[in-house]
Write a protein that binds this ligand. Structure first.
Ligand code: GLP
Length: 241
């Protein structure tokens, strides 16, 4: 595990983006595992900027995302498909058919989980997997529980996650209660994992994730077992180290 200490959010975003930049620059056909949330917004802005300058070509890049809410259509501005289009895909020359997310509107969620699992496993995992960290230690939407779930699966979101994510919705009641997420095996198959963490409110959970017991009660703790984990975190998030 490598921990890269950044000064603040902007610095974290630039440093984390440079890992994705380097990989994509050297290997234009890279498979990138992508995440949503506020921690990774600056990273996407930085990649868009590199593309605008003519330094980064996405025409051969393939992506898949960690998760999606159940019940939100792609054109809902709260769906993760919308977030990805809005913050990255429509600003770069990626082919939209090379971008993959679970379909939150699929008629049958179990069938959709199987389909998406084949997509992810078909790639053999990501070359580089981006992750944010939930306040309760979740990665993707792998919520604290009694066991690690390996493959793509549907989850009931934690009350704490619904509360945390309600900041993006007009009303807490509008936050979907279910999601489809990549599982722990899907995530751990990545060649390299980049975990972005920012802010003092994540300091306690980041310490638990990196230094505590490896347990499904703190899903991110499993990352301690990955052979190429890079944590890019700002000083506030690392203040308990
Ligand atoms: C959501 C996403 C996660 C993300 C987490 C942290 O719940 N499903 O993939 O890592 O939020 O989000 P933020 O970066 O906004 O704190």
């Amino acid at each position: 595990m490598r921990i890269i200490k950044a000064k603040d959010y902007e610095d974290m975003s630039r440093k984390a983006a440079s890992i994705f930049f380097a990989r994509t620059f050297m290997r234009p056909d890279s498979v990138l595992g992508l995440a949503t949330g506020s921690s990774v917004l600056g990273l996407y802005a930085s990649l868009v900027e590199s593309h605008r300058k003519g330094d980064l070509d996405f025409s051969g890049v393939r992506t898949f995302n960690l998760d999606e809410y159940v019940g939100l259509p792609a054109d809902s501005d709260q769906s993760y498909r919308y977030y990805m289009n809005d913050n990255l895909f429509r600003h770069v020359n990626i082919r939209i058919e090379n971008t993959h997310l679970p379909d939150g509107m699929a008629k049958d969620t179990d069938t959709e989980c199987k389909r998406y699992n084949s997509v992810v496993e078909g790639f053999g995992g990501a070359d580089v997997q981006l992750l944010g960290l939930g306040l309760n230690g979740h990665i993707g939407f792998n919520e604290p529980g009694d066991s690690f779930v390996g493959g793509v699966h549907a989850v009931d979101l934690d009350e704490s996650t619904i509360k945390a994510n309600s900041r993006f919705f007009a009303d807490e009641g509008d936050v979907p209660r279910r999601a489809i997420t990549m599982g722990i095996r899907n995530i751990m198959m990545a060649g390299k994992i980049v975990l972005c963490v920012s802010g003092a409110q994540k300091a306690g959970i980041l310490r638990e994730v990196l230094c505590g017991e490896i347990t499904p009660r703190v899903p991110g703790s499993v990352l301690q077992l990955h052979r190429d984990l890079i944590v890019v975190a700002d000083e506030a998030a690392l203040s308990r180290f």
